[in-house]
Design a binder for this molecule. Structure first.
Ligand code: KG4
Ligand code: ZN
Length: 356
């Protein structure tokens, strides 16, 4: 029997079984991660090797360094995940991997590793979209959460408002330019804060006065779309003009003002969509879900709307493989099997616009 035939047979058995354990690999950017998840929600292990110290001297992710570091660490991280889960590799039912989007070289390391492992073990291979993983991070934290819900995904590469239903995901709004995380990272950089900028800016903002600097309130063309490039440009100009006057940068107040402008827009659009379409459940996902003000505002706003609000624990906001394993259970359910022709797709499409 060919690999594909064997994997298909095994996948059919898994669809009817409980206690299914998936080993997932995530290497789309600057974290080398592996995890084992049982039945979509139970995290048996979650090993992450962060490359932050390697990229810090350059002020951002260097793709070539990221790929090389993934190659060096993948085997160790996978062994760690199996050891922490207390499972031998033969006890794993299927292998999952992030196939895109992300840095092509970085993705390729994980995809190649996962293919080799799946072939060697003759186990099913499941390809996962990174953003789907971020959404599913919430299933790891909330036993009662299930579709339908409105989901705000804010990460380094994406800002999406999505309607998540049992049989699929559709787009309500998305960014017309920068992603929220990207905007945070650029603002942090002009403030001279070290990489990764978003968390550093959030920390500085906690001690600042958000009302000191007014940034433009940008209205994106489409009602539920976001736009952060106008806020970013106004912020960069503001910082340059303070620098040109030879004044010391009030970093905390600047950080607080910028964070306020970005969070306000994310919240305003999200609450507008919730009201317009009568959503009573909101889910937050993506790296920016770690932002303290965003978490607080969405939580307060949902309380005011008498809506349920779910967000991932901080350990599941950033990139990790447990969220990829959780998302892989949907691939399993829909019999969406990958095979040895799987390739990394740096701009893997997610969905088509389908107004709510
Ligand atoms: O989801 P993620 O790991 O990347 C993508 O999948 O694209 O998110 C990383 C992004 C970075 O831009 C990082 O600066 C941002 O999330 N981020 C934050 C915070 N923590 C991470 N942005 C604002 N406040 C935070 N606390
Ligand atoms: Zn991510």
């Amino acid at each position: 029997m060919s690999y594909r035939e064997t994997a298909q047979e095994k996948l059919k058995v898994l669809q009817k079984k409980t206690g299914v354990c998936i080993l997932a690999i995530e290497s789309s950017c600057d974290e080398t991660a592996a995890a084992v998840v049982k039945d979509q929600r139970a995290v048996l292990s979650n090993a992450v090797y962060s490359q932050i110290p390697l990229h810090q001297p350059y002020g951002g992710v260097v793709p070539e360094i990221a790929s090389r570091a993934h190659i060096e660490k993948l085997d160790l991280v996978v062994s760690q995940a199996l050891q922490d889960a207390g499972l031998g590799v033969d006890e794993i039912d299927a292998i999952a991997v992030t196939a895109g989007p992300g840095l092509v070289g970085a993705l390729l390391t994980g995809v190649s590793y996962a293919k080799a492992l799946a072939f060697g073990l003759q186990k099913p291979l499941l390809a996962v979209h990174h953003i789907k993983g971020h959404i599913c991070a919430n299933y790891l934290c909330h036993a009662d959460l299930k579709p339908p819900f409105l989901c705000l995904v804010a990460s380094g590469g994406h800002s999406h408002l999505l309607r998540v239903e049992e049989n699929g995901v559709s787009l309500v709004g998305c960014t017309q330019d920068d992603a929220a995380g990207e905007a945070f990272d650029k603002a942090a950089r002009v403030l001279g804060l070290p990489y990764p900028g978003g968390p550093q800016l959030d920390k500085a903002a906690q001690k600042g006065d958000a009302s000191r600097f007014k940034l433009p309130h940008v209205k994106a063309d489409k009602q539920y779309d976001f736009s952060f490039s106008g806020i970013k440009t106004a912020f960069i100009n503001l910082v340059h003009s303070i620098n040109q006057r030879g004044e010391e940068l009030p970093v905390e107040d600047l950080a607080a003002s910028f964070r306020e402008a970005v969070v306000k827009q994310l919240c305003d659009k999200t609450f507008q969509a919730m009201k317009d379409f009568h959503w009573d459940t909101l889910v937050l996902a993506g790296g920016v879900a770690a932002n303290s003000l965003l978490r607080q505002r969405l939580s307060e706003g949902c309380q005011a709307l008498q809506a349920q609000f779910y967000m991932p624990g901080l350990e599941y906001c950033g990139d990790n493989a447990a969220m990829i394993a959780s998302a892989a259970f949907d691939e399993l359910k829909h019999f969406s099997l990958a095979d040895m022709s799987l390739n990394a797709n740096p701009s893997m499409p997610f969905l088509n616009r389908n107004e709510a």
